[in-house]
Unconditional design. Sequence first.
Length: 193
Amino acid sequence: MRETILLGFAILTLLLTACASPEQMDNENPSTINYEVLNKTNAEVTEDEFIYRLVTKKGEYRKGESVTIYAELEYVGDSETITIFHAQSPFSFPIEEKTRNYSIDYNMNQPLLSTTLKKGEPLREVYQNSGSYGETDDKEYINFMKSFWKDGFPVGYFVVDGFADFYVVSNVDGEEKEEEFNIKAQIDFKVVT
């Protein structure tokens, strides 16, 4: 009977020490975070006459260091220019923090805007911290987002599922035709202490 109680106590102790809260993860030795950067720090996808690039400067940043992420869209077609139609921006940067399993949305206004791209001259946008939370979100997530807005990326492993979302209008046999594009790429990086 005594062995059963000791075994139960040992299992309970093991379970409690294995379940770290998100706040505790920030204080962990980053070598205990079992995530390795899988992708390159940049991704490039070509679709029809467009090249979409998603880039971060490094695969590993230090906590408190500025994390640089940007997207580019380059027109490489036959014309000298092309006009694309999009929301506030053609670029979105949704991010997932894998060690905590948190999503950082990329919110933007949805007006219909147009941008004229010159052949061979990429349109570039640098990521600005975004995301949101609601009243029903967990307290840990709310604290995470507030800290993220104030202090930048915390210790963790981040995957950016970026995309360029836009359409072009062409004239085919006297009729206007809209062609939609949603070009996706993925990059990842770590933030360590």
